[in-house]
Design a protein. Sequence first.
Length: 239
Amino acid sequence: MARRVLVVDDESQIRTLLRAYLEAEGFAVTEASTGADALQQGLDPTDPPDLVLLDIGLPDLDGLEVLTTLRRQSDVYVILVTARAEEVDRIVGLSVGADDYVTKPFSPREVVARVKSVLRRARAAADLTEPNPDPVLRFAGLTIDPVRRETLVDGHEVTVTRLEFDILAVLASSPGRVFSRTQLLDRVWGYDFYGDERVVDVHIRSIRKALGDDATDPRLIGTVRGVGYKFLAEPEGRP
């Protein structure tokens, strides 16, 4: 079955252009011109999209509001499309759960490449950790279950996005190993990631917040200045 992409933009020419390129690559495409319509389609339990291409500048709701609402109720992949060049807009968008961003004017081929890269994660998610007869990762006060895709802190499930879970699973699967931002991008986003490496920092901050991990005195995710990140906790049962 074709993967479905919801294109949200108030400009019909842009929706038509993206639809043509995406359908040529085998995607099923639906469209929305307002934030309200985007939420209705994006949260449809009977036929949810696999990915939402979401313009920030919508006539009724700001795209970031739409993204925030989607994130409260769904883990659908979201790529922001914005005409705002300021870094703050992109970082704010990513901090509330966007998986990637595209700035206007854009190349339709680049957008399609990013859609493919983001959706490729879904197929690769099962390979993020090493084969293990018991895939559950257990640490003091933290349990990560890659099969159920659950994260428990002191026995209580915490909410992280699919992308954040994948980053956490990669780090926790190799405690003590330093992962550079580029390595995390390769493992989680895919080798054809086009965006800014600093997107990793934004998601790490979000993961730390969800886990209650203090960046100034971390017990779970440590920063290796100028390089990247490593998982600090030792697995339970390790001698």
